[in-house]
Design a protein. Sequence first.
Length: 333
Amino acid sequence: EVRVDAAFNLIGRLPSRRRGAKCLVIGSHLDTVCNAGKYDGPLGVLLGLAVAERLRRHSLPFHLEVVGFSDEEGVRYHTTYLGSRAMLGLLGRRDLNLIEEKGIEKARRPRRELLAYLEAHIEQGPVLQQKQRPLGVVTAIAGQTRIRAAFTGRAGHAGTTPMTMRQDALCAAAEVILAAEKLGVVATVGQCVVHPGVSNVIPGRATFSLDVRDAKDAKRKAACAKLHRLAAAVARRRGLRLEWRAEQETPTAPMDAELTSVLRRVAGQAPLLPSGAGHDAAEMALACPAAMLFVRCKDGISHHPDESVRVADVAAVLDALTRAVLELAQGHA
Ligand code: GLV
Ligand code: MN
Ligand code: MN
């Protein structure tokens, strides 16, 4: 049974015959970043489908749902997990004002329907390859803050304005970007737009994104506050105006201990590792027990067209995921 909900999540259900059955959801996302690889997201959805295909003749005590979440990456609105947050009724007024597509909040479904959530994903890092292990089990998904910032100075002639008399917005942004690199947390400026963006004009305005992550929420927040203070000081010193807006803040999401131990058991005591990347499991964990499997990927490359996995590793994760579903079915028999 297939449907698309109001938030453009694609949902397939292998229905259980049991009355009042809840849903075991296997999910991942179908959207990608720009110029992405093939596996970040879609692999987890295909694995869910493959599990459903394998188990279609089993009589399961729960509905088995495969969800291809929409807009997990936050490419469009700079705010992640839109599909899963809509499904769980977690979109706030600010999200709804931002999103052009109207009515997406209708995707909300009762949390009591949800039994558990499983997600399989490429690791997007080098740890499993280094350990020579095909699979890993996720302990927690690192929290993240996404900030939008801008310096406004004054555009002017590149040839005639003395260096001591400029209000160069890009130079200010550059100071903050280099400071972010030394913050002691994982921090990335992935976008920087310069206005007017002309080679012989002093930049009058520079807007940039900032993505900050850490497993410790307090450390991430302190790092963001420190960088904000530094940016304000740069603006004062250079005579610029600073705008600084946190557009998203997601706390670190620990995975469910019991479900995680099931995944470790079915994955040959696969190593435990934290996830620096975000996943819909971080949101689903707010509604039901959630756990994640990682598949080794080549050289840890991701968010890049060179993403690559081995067929044998995908077979191993498919086996593990199938066994996990059967073990959960036994537990609910
Ligand atoms: C999603 O891929 C993220 O971690 O940014
Ligand atoms: Mn991604
Ligand atoms: Mn992903």
